[in-house]
Each structure stands twice: as C-alpha cells, then as structure tokens.
Design a protein around this ligand. Structure first.
Ligand code: HEM
Length: 421
C-alpha cells in the first residue's frame, strides 16, 4: 500500500547560475536577479581562474564603492605569486601607464584627481559641444546614403576616439592611428598579449612625445592643461601626465561606444519609448533626452562590473565575511536592477526621475568623464533619431553578439537600416 504521508521530495537546492557563458554575455540579468536574491555577495571563479566576490545588491554595491578598506591598488591582491601577471588584473602589468586614477588610493589619488580636475573641467566639456555635434554629423554623413550601417563600427566606435583625441590635442592627421590602436584593444579585450601590447606601446610612445612637444609649445588643449595644472605648487610629472592622458582615452572610449550601442539597441527594441523620445525631440523638448540617457545607463549600462577592488583588512559586506587580499567586484548592472531600490527595475522608462543609478560608479572614483559621456551620448542618440527617423534594427536580436569582457558590456555589431537620408 502506498504510504499515505510520503516524505516530500527535497526541495531542489537552487543552483548557482552559470556565469560567464555565451548566454550570460547575451543577457546577464536573470543570473544577476538570482544572485541578488540568493547569494548577494557571491564567491565565484572568474574565467581567468581568479577567485573573487561579486556584489549585486544596490545598497551593498554603493557601500562597497565608497568603502576605503577596499583598495584599488592591485598590490593588495593575495593571488599566489605564480599567478601574478596572468590574471587579467590590469595593474599587474606594472607598466608606468597603469599607475593611474583607477589603480591608486588616497593620498596619491586625491592629489592626481585634484590636478586633473583643474584641467578637465565641466566648462571645457561644455565648450566642446559644437565639435561633438560636428563629429556626429560627419560620421552620419559618411553612411547616410547607403540606407544601412553597422552603428558600432561606423558610428559608436569612431565618435569617442575622435572626440577624446580632439580634446587632448592629438592633431587630426594622427587620429586615425589612435582609431587603429583602440580598435585592436577593443577587439581583443585589452588583454596583455600580442597586437594589444604593441598597440599600447605605440600609444604610450606617441603620448609621451606629444606631452613633450606640448610642454615646449603649449596650446589650449587638455594635454597642455594637464601640464599647466598645479596645486599648492605641485605639477604632474611627464609620466603622470602620460598615464592620465592614457586613462582618459582608455576609460572614455569603450564606455562611450557601449553607451551609444547599448542605448540605441534599447531604443530600437522599445519602440514606444523611442517614439516618445522622437516626439519630444521634434517639439524641441530635451528633458526626456536628459532623463532618458540616465535611464539607458541604468537599464543596460556600458560598465557591467566596476573595476577591481581588494580588501586591505578583514570586513563584512552584506553579511558575508571577506578576507584580507580578496578581490571584490561590484556588479553595477545588477545593482541598477535591484527592486529594493528601483520601481519596476526591468522596465525601460526614459522619464524615470528617481534614478540614482551606479552606472558612473560612486565615491572618490566616480567617473571623471561623466559630463563628456553625457554630452556624447545625448548628441549621438538625438542626432541619429533626428536625421534617420525610421532607423530600424536589421538583425534578429537573438543573432546579435555581445562582447564577453569582464568589466564592460557592449555589442560587437549593431546592424541597422533606414530610408536614405
Ligand atoms: C571612472 C563609467 C565615460 C573617465 C569611471 C567609473 C565608472 C565609469 C563606473 C568608476 C569605476 C570604479 O569605481 O571602479 C563610465 C561610463 C561612461 C564613462 C558609463 C560612458 C557612458 C568616461 C569618459 C571619460 C571617463 C568619456 C573621460 C574622457 C573616467 C576616469 C575614471 C572613470 C578618468 C577614473 C576616476 C577615478 O578613479 O577617480 N567611469 N565612464 N569616463 N571614468 Fe568613466
């Protein structure tokens, strides 16, 4: 006779979601929802073999980004000596260019950030707006008659490179070299091998020489501004200025490519939101563009995980003990979809006002280039919608490929079609 009170089968133990797979790169949000719910500070093995903590809840993420016990200096990593230099942690390459804002702590960080802030001012960015518009129109002119384009390669990729080169004071005739070097880095994920290493070396050599030239013959560009900047009689050394120029290029390039790429993709796949934005722009109302770009950063931002942090002392985060030397990765993309912080977090709402997203980070490393990123993002998206009003995706979203890097989230290609302009 069957047992009238059978023991219920054990509730299946929730499985850790599979991270860093192809499916995960395409849509990481379900895995992040699982982690927020079940393992908000989660120990995982990264594809490089390094063990790290992933922080996925908004409150913990914001806290971690501002916690001085989490250092940016890779020297605090406890990775065994034999693995050093092979983990993909940028500072382990030890090149001079790697001693930059994202790899250092106070007091060095405070000094360098104060100096660069004197040269890279919101005013300099505001004055740059006409040039960003000109660059944007020039790139659209180049493909407008074709009726189709790959918005990543023909638009989102070159725009920030030319913009930063212009801002820094790289002569126009040399900017295509930067486009090639940056292309190599973006295609190969910034790893230390082969062509990428050569590109970094060439960029470094170029920047060192440019800084030297600008010292002798300054202009009103950002590199001359960096050389001139002083604080209590202190200046940047040539090495520091080169590292600063490099981080401005590096931090401001792929991020902006992804803001334009992910942002346009979200608009193309949310036609009602896109129509609202197009309507507002046609009526000369830029309010929705401003809140909209912030929402696109929250909804599917360019930086999936903040850059590396390492515990300098034992600490507890979100109820989880973290040991000295452990790497901590703050998952901005997960925090920005946390239902504890955002109403209807998986809904794209361009008019969202209560939107303190972490897309630009938080605390002392908050994105230095946010004003420039906003300018480029708003100009790029508004101009595309205005000039190519019937722009449509020319591929099935399921066929689009996402670059599978650890820190960034972005599309490899974004094929579109439109009526010839
Ligand atoms: C830092 C995001 C564009 C320069 C950061 C951080 C984030 C971020 C999340 C903090 C990383 C951390 O704490 O680990 C973005 C996004 C952008 C963007 C989403 C585009 C939409 C730019 C641009 C520039 C720039 C255009 C400059 C030209 C920097 C610099 C830092 C930084 C220099 C380091 C600041 C510091 O450590 O004090 N950015 N960024 N970023 N960003 Fe951006």
């Amino acid at each position: 006779m069957p047992d009238p009170h059978p023991t219920p089968p054990p509730t299946p133990k929730p499985q850790d979601p599979e991270l860093f797979t192809w499916e995960f790169a395409t849509d990481p949000y379900p895995a992040y929802a699982w982690l927020r719910e079940n393992s908000p500070v989660h120990r995982t093995t990264l594809p490089s073999g390094v063990e790290a903590w992933l922080v996925t809840r908004y409150a913990d993420a914001r806290h971690a980004l501002a916690d001085h016990r989490l250092s940016k200096n890779p020297a605090h990593h406890d990775e065994p000596a034999h693995a050093k230099g092979k983990t993909g942690i940028p500072g382990e390459r030890k090149a001079e260019l790697m001693t930059h804002l994202l790899n250092i702590d106070p007091p060095d960080h405070t000094r360098l950030r104060r100096l660069v802030s004197k040269a890279f001012t919101p005013r300099r960015v505001a004055e740059f707006a006409p040039r960003v518009q000109e660059l944007t129109d020039g790139l659209i002119d180049a493909f407008a008659a074709k009726g189709e384009a790959d918005l990543i390669h023909e638009f989102a990729f070159p725009l920030p490179i030319y913009a930063i080169c212009d801002l820094l004071g790289v002569p126009r005739e040399d900017q295509d070299d930067f486009r090639d070097w940056a292309g190599m880095m973006i295609r190969h994920g910034g790893g230390p091998r082969g062509g990428v290493a050569r590109s970094v070396k060439k960029m470094r050599g170029y920047l060192a020489e440019l800084i030297h030239r600008k010292r002798l013959d300054p202009g009103d560009d950002l590199i001359s501004g960096l050389i001139r900047a002083s604080d209590h009689g202190e200046h940047l050394t040539e090495n520091e200025a080169a590292a600063m120029a490099f981080i401005l290029l590096f931090a401001g390039f792929e991020t902006t490519v992804n803001l334009i790429g992910n942002g346009m993709y979200a608009l193309l796949t949310h036609p009602e939101q896109r129509a609202r934005l197009q309507q507002a722009l046609a009526e000369g109302d830029t309010g929705l563009l401003e809140t909209g770009v912030e929402e696109l950063l929250r909804f599917d931002g360019p930086v999936e995980l903040a850059t590396w942090r390492f515990a300098t002392e034992a600490l507890t985060l979100g109820g989880q003990d973290i040991a000295v030397g452990d790497p901590v990765l703050v998952v901005l993309a997960a925090a920005d979809r946390d239902p504890e912080r955002f109403d209807r977090p998986d809904t794209l709402d361009l008019s969202r006002r209560d939107n303190q997203h972490l897309g630009y980070g938080h605390g002392i490393h908050y994105c230095l280039g946010a004003p420039l990123a906003r300018l480029e993002g708003q100009t790029a998206l508004a101009t595309l919608l205005r000039r190519l009003p019937d722009l449509q995706l020319a591929a099935d979203p399921a066929d689009l490929r996402w670059r599978g890097g650890l820190i960034m989230r972005g599309l490899r290609t974004l094929p579109v079609k439109f009526t010839d302009a």
